[in-house]
Design a protein around this ligand. Structure first.
Ligand code: ZN
Length: 302
């Protein structure tokens, strides 16, 4: 019922007041998550107004847009997807209220890997077979959506963003090209920095509640051990095996992220005398955040 209400409001705005033609105003585009806002702005500068769907603190796996966002979406020139669950749930509805909007799939061409923690563990087989495959991100075929946490994959996304902005606003093509090239060079620089920070840590295991760092781990030869299984907190038997593993590997830090519960991470940490450290996959200042995360990982892996 509520949704019918949203649409009524949107239609009144569109046809009652008439389509506002904002001559000279920067076009608005939408992205799903904060790091994407950063990517688009690196290339658009002030020429484009970027709105983000998932606000700070919310999870892109479960977020639902607010009516005020749906109204803004009705006037948005483009939507940059990245393959998070909310798009699957909402993109159809969004394109129905704004059929003119350009939908840019920045995840296109990226070969996504299986979500870490999606496999079955001994002793849990029966349980996961019964319930495991209808939930959250596993409903998307278990592909890992966290492609914004690998510099090399972000470079690929940046190219898609650049060419789309050019198509959207050809008048400013030269600016977008210059900005893209600078962004791309800075990504290479960041990659070099991260390699330096994580030098000598090859093959080492880090334990993290929600497995956001699969592409990051792959890029820098680390091994991500997720606490969460299929988007859910571990059952006692699995928790015990994680505690044993953490002990065996002499793990001193259990990583968690601000958007999810820290409970299981704290249980493991307490058992083995480790610390819980937060790393945020959704930090807006992406360059800074990637360096902060690499430093925290580097310090934890010894
Ligand atoms: Zn996630």
């Amino acid at each position: 019922m509520k949704r019918i209400g949203y649409f009524a409001v949107i239609f009144i705005c569109l046809f009652g007041a008439g389509m506002p033609t904002l001559v000279g105003a920067a076009p608005t585009v939408f992205v799903s998550i904060l790091p994407q806002k950063f990517f688009v702005q690196q290339i658009s500068g002030d020429l484009i107004n970027v709105e983000v769907m998932v606000p700070p603190g919310a999870s892109p796996h479960t977020y639902e847009p607010k009516p005020s966002q749906m109204r803004k979406l009705a006037e948005s020139r483009a939507y940059f997807t990245i393959g998070v669950a909310l798009e699957e749930a909402w993109l159809d509805r969004i394109t129905r209220i704004n059929p003119e909007m350009m939908v840019v799939h920045t995840e296109a061409g990226i070969d996504r890997m299986a979500m870490s923690g999606d496999h079955h563990h001994e002793g849990e087989q029966a349980e996961t077979d019964k319930h495991g495959h209808e939930q959250g991100e596993q409903a998307e075929g278990g592909l890992d959506p966290h492609i914004w946490l690998s510099p090399m994959l972000v470079k690929q996304q940046a190219e898609v963003i650049w060419t789309s902005l050019e198509a959207l606003d050809p008048e400013n093509a030269a600016a977008y090209k210059t900005n893209f090239q600078r962004f791309s060079d800075r990504i290479d620089e960041l990659d070099g920095q991260l390699k330096g920070i994580l030098e000598g840590k090859k093959g080492m295991k880090f334990m993290v509640f929600h497995p956001s760092w699969g592409y990051f781990a792959r890029g820098y030869d680390l091994v991500q051990v997720p606490v969460e299984i299929e988007g859910k907190s571990p059952k006692p038997a699995h928790l015990r095996s994680l505690i044993e593993l953490a002990r065996r590997e002499q793990i001193t830090v259990i990583f968690a992220q601000p958007q999810f519960s820290r409970k299981s991470a704290e249980v493991i940490a307490r058992e083995i005398g480790a610390q819980v450290v937060l790393i945020d996959p959704l930090g807006e200042n992406w360059f800074e955040n990637m360096t902060v995360v690499a430093n925290k990982l580097g310090a934890a892996l010894r």
